[in-house]
Write a protein that binds this ligand. Structure first.
Ligand code: NDP
Length: 672
């Protein structure tokens, strides 16, 4: 008897007391492992996540959490070979495993990088700018995101045992939420191996990742408000979870990604000898055969102009004839078996249901598998009769697609919408007008839309690849959930709160200087202070400088910016906003830099940009400007001997009116 998979629960590996259920190799039907969660104390797991994992994670800043994700990604790269070897037992070819294992590790790297570049080195995220709620500037509002003291439970489908876990783990981890993973039993041995390698590395703080191998048991019963469940799988199971009392009344947030009848549309402009025709056919065949079509994003409905449908079918038949089906360990094999015999039975049942409204045009559903064992199935293309409903309702979760004819862009969009909401759609067209009308028609029904043409084909990641930086999820039938999408996926796990208060209070709460809060002028120029010495609110208020007409003329000549408002008296006088010659905005900010810098070598290493530059009042010859520069935010960079300092800059005129406001971004040495 093969080994019983273990759960990782409350800081130790747990083995069930019974023998468990066998899990079979998809190709050979040999037993790979056994699975059971009988006796697993899920309540203790939830407590452990909240008492140990959550506090440890929330004591780290976003940058520190991102650093751990990067270390974890590198660690898993070292274990790719054994993950690949075990993945073959799920029926995955090495091309399929690349999507699962490398795709999962790539998602960790992507979130590690986004976490450092787009999130603060803090534990709070500010959302949007300040809202001024009173005329005197003493009452302001600021939205912010904080981590929840809960647990993120993920319940995953069988088809991506590694990616499925990592794509949910990375954003939750960055958000400060510990995770409990419950993989689908069928392929849980691969998830268990990945979790084992993660746990033994010691990279993640204890309690931030736990594993349920086997049934979820009463896990949902233990969850409460502040907890979330992210589910990927069948609409049937999603329905059970939606009706759970803790979801209905207990405040548990449920995210669902369920069945999805994705489509690909061939534009009406595309002729069989256009590059887009070949790209379209290739895309459909790829989606039918990668993971043997067991992908939530696979193309199930092939929507083509009625007049071209015959040629599309011929081209699909020719390409599919080149697909070798067999043992996924054989490097010449393009498509392995389905994940299990029961999964193949499900697909066969779905094909039977589809046949009512379709005819088989490529492949033979009645043909027995040439292999004695294993869940093999050859690709099948069906062609729908006009007006039938089955292809819009039945999801064959395998290498099966249905061709549907359309007449006119409106009908193509209407057919796509009959799927009642999908994860992804693609359109092959080289006509921008067709692209606009189809994409805008598809967008309300889909989470992602790919426009494929000769210009992007070479770099395109294809119809079926969810990317960490783009939203993954879809409305309606696809479940209504949303994952990934870069930092959107992180916010999704956090609580947004509108905080109202005075500038000083908001500065203290957010860690970011707020307009109107106290400034500190110590007599030492802040450019003389290292990152360790600088404090939020440190300020330099400059001398005044009068802007002369000679300055404006010189700037025009020197830079070549001779726009009439700076050079032509008469034309400038007719300008309704200026009524005469005005200084260039860039002259104003250049003069401001001259007013605030401390020129000698010091801890300020570089200026790497400005944010939110606005010119508010025109500056004319004779106006006297000054600038106030205040430390707004200090972000030490992990692993570097410098950090970022964001300075609030306000340039004012002799009447005290602001003429320009912006944030100056600098790099400052940690010590000097
Ligand atoms: P299931 O819905 O059967 O299972 C998905 C996950 O839910 C598994 O981890 C399963 O665990 C778990 N689960 C099942 N019942 C419960 C329950 N009552 N409480 C808590 N967890 C539960 O889907 P499959 O993975 O078997 O896939 C079946 C179908 O799902 C496919 O044929 C396809 O139609 C669809 N699917 C959709 C995907 C998408 O992203 N849109 C992706 C993959 C599949 P266990 O395995 O232990 O039963």
């Amino acid at each position: 008897m093969s080994a019983l998979l273990e759960s990782y629960a409350a800081g130790r590996w747990f083995r069930a007391a019974d023998d468990g259920e066998p899990l079979l190799d998809a190709a050979t039907e040999e037993e790979v492992a056994r699975i059971s969660s009988r006796g697993l104390d899920v309540a203790a797991m939830v407590r452990h996540a909240k008492d140990t994992g959550g506090p440890a994670l929330r004591s780290l800043t976003f940058h520190e959490r991102a650093g751990l994700l990067k270390t974890l990604a590198k660690h898993l790269l070292e274990h790719k070979d054994e993950l690949y070897a075990l993945s073959a037992r799920t029926g995955a070819t090495s091309r399929d495993t690349w999507v699962d294992v490398d795709g999962g590790i790539g998602t960790l790297f992507s979130y590690a990088s986004k976490g450092v570049r787009e999130l603060p080195n803090d534990t709070v995220i500010l959302d949007g700018g300040l809202e001024h709620l009173g005329k005197g500037g003493t009452f302001l509002g600021q939205h912010l995101y904080t981590s929840k003291p809960g647990v993120a439970v993920q319940i995953n489908a069988f088809n991506f045992p590694v990616w499925g876990m990592l794509e949910k783990l990375a954003p939750a981890f960055l958000a400060g939420l510990p995770t409990i993973v419950k993989p689908a039993s069928q392929t849980a041995y691969l998830t268990e191996l990945a979790v084992r390698r993660i746990i033994e590395s010691g990279i993640l703080p204890e309690g931030t990742l736990q594993l349920v191998a086997g049934s979820a048991g009463g896990l949902l019963d233990e969850l409460t408000v502040q907890d979330s469940v992210d589910f990927t799988g069948s609409a049937h199971t999603a329905g059970i979870l939606r009706r759970h009392p803790n979801v209905l009344d207990g405040g548990v947030v449920l995210g669902v990604e369920a069945d999805s009848l994705n489509c690909s549309i061939l534009g009406p402009d595309v002729r069989p000898d256009d590059p887009e025709f070949g790209l379209f056919v290739k895309g459909v065949v790829t989606e039918m055969t990668v993971k043997a079509g067991q992908k939530c994003t696979a193309i199930r409905r092939v929507i083509v102009p009625s007049a071209t449908a015959g040629q599309v079918v011929e081209a699909l038949a020719a390409r599919l004839a080149e697909v070798t089906v067999g043992d996924p360990r054989d490097p010449d094999v393009r498509m392995g078996p389905l994940a299990s015999l029961s999964q193949r039975d499900e697909v066969r049942k779905a094909v039977e249901a589809l046949r009512a409204g379709t005819e088989v045009v490529v492949g033979d559903p009645g043909k027995a598998s040439p292999f004695e064992r294993g869940a093999f199935m050859a690709p099948l293309v069906l062609r729908a009769r006009p007006g039938v409903t089955e292809p819009h309702e039945v999801e064959p979760f395998g290498p099966v697609a249905t061709v549907l004819g359309y007449d006119g862009v409106e009908e193509a969009v209407a057919l796509a919408a009959r799927g009642r909401g999908s994860l992804v759609a693609s359109v092959a067209t080289h006509d921008p007008r067709v692209a606009r009308s189809i994409v805008l028609g598809l967008a309300p029904w889909h989470g992602r839309v790919l426009v494929l043409d000769r210009d992007d084909a070479k770099e395109s990641t294809g119809h079926g690849s969810p990317l960490p930086v783009l939203v993954h999820g879809g409305p309606g039938r696809a479940g209504g959930g949303e994952e990934l999408g870069g930092v959107r996926g992180v916010m999704h796990h956090m609580q947004r709160t509108a905080v109202q208060g005075s500038p000083d209070q908001l500065t203290a709460i957010t860690g970011r200087w707020t307009t109107g809060a106290a400034r500190a002028e110590s007599g030492v120029h802040p450019f003389r202070k290292s990152l360790a010495e600088l404090r939020i609110g440190d300020t330099i208020a400059s001398e005044k400088r009068t802007v002369s007409r000679a300055d404006i003329d010189h700037f025009s000549e020197f830079t070549g910016d001779t726009f009439y408002a700076h050079t032509d008296e008469e034309a400038a006088a007719r300008n309704p906003l200026f009524g005469g010659i005005v200084a260039h905005g860039y002259l104003v900010v250049s003069l401001a830099a001259g007013l605030f810098v401390d020129p000698d070598p010091g801890p300020v290493l570089a200026n790497f940009g400005v944010d939110a530059l606005r010119f508010l009042t025109p500056v004319k010859a004779g106006d006297a400007i000054d600038v106030t520069l205040t430390v707004k935010q200090i972000t030490p960079r992990v692993g570097a001997d410098y950090g970022e300092v964001r300075w609030d800059a306000v340039v004012s005129n002799q009447e005290g009116k602001p003429v320009a406001t912006y944030d100056v971004l600098t790099l400052v040495a940690k010590t000097w």
